[in-house]
Write a protein that binds this ligand. Structure first.
Ligand code: SAH
Length: 196
């Protein structure tokens, strides 16, 4: 079946960079994701000043919204173009610095200090570098992770979470025999076994 053949399929970092270069970014939602608004209360739980993590963040506009609400946002994204587009499209001044613990990585931070985007692979991060988070917005992230890396991704995410944190996960339910993406199909049963 196609679920079986998806298991061995891989989207390389190079291919992601190319998608950004070509403007082949149909996944980006200029108006944000409708489920974000719907479940925002679950993420925030009425608290202020939270640290929220955006794995595989792209230029998700929800990062700006949360920062405007007074939370701190940390994202990770391999494409430097995506990170720069995020700041320029929201007219946010930023500075850029190397990340001493990760060779070749850069951290882009809004001048106001509450949005920090790491430009590197998520697998280079650890809680000793980015700390732990009160909330995670995972949209287009788990479903974009190569199936062979899912276990590693989820272990890292669990490691990055504070004890009383919330994880909002958006996946897409479809017949993988009829549709090829977005990019990978993650059945609910697998989500349960991955996150426990
Ligand atoms: N969450 C975003 C983007 C989803 S698309 C949104 O909602 O719009 C997945 C993104 O992950 C792409 O921008 C891609 O460049 C990035 N990406 C892919 N593999 C990555 C990795 N290993 N580490 C960090 N970013 C990665």
């Amino acid at each position: 079946s196609d679920v079986g053949s998806q298991k061995d399929r891989v989207v390389t970092e190079e291919e992601w960079l190319q998608k950004w270069e070509m403007g082949n970014i149909g996944f980006h939602k200029e108006q944000g994701h409708p489920l974000f608004q719907k479940y925002l209360d679950v993420l925030l739980n009425g608290k202020s000043g939270l640290r929220i993590f955006f794995p595989l963040c792209g230029k998700a506009v929800e990062m700006k919204w949360l920062a405007d609400m007074g939370h701190s946002v940390v994202g990770v994204e391999v494409s430097e173009q995506a990170v720069k587009e995020f700041f320029s499209e929201h007219s946010l001044p930023y500075c850029e610095e190397p990340v001493p613990e990760i060779s070749g990585a850069k951290m882009f931070q809004s001048t106001s200090g509450n949005i920090s985007l790491y430009c590197c692979s998520i697998y280079d991060l650890s809680s000793s570098i980015v700390g732990k988070f009160d909330g995670v917005w995972d949209r287009g992230a788990l479903v974009a992770v190569n199936p062979c890396d899912r276990q590693r991704y989820v272990s890292l995410m669990i490691n990055l979470m504070e004890k009383n944190s919330s994880y909002l996960l958006v996946t897409v339910s479809y017949d993988p025999n009829k549709h090829k993406g977005p990019p990978f199909y993650v059945p609910e049963s697998e989500i349960k076994s991955l996150f426990g």
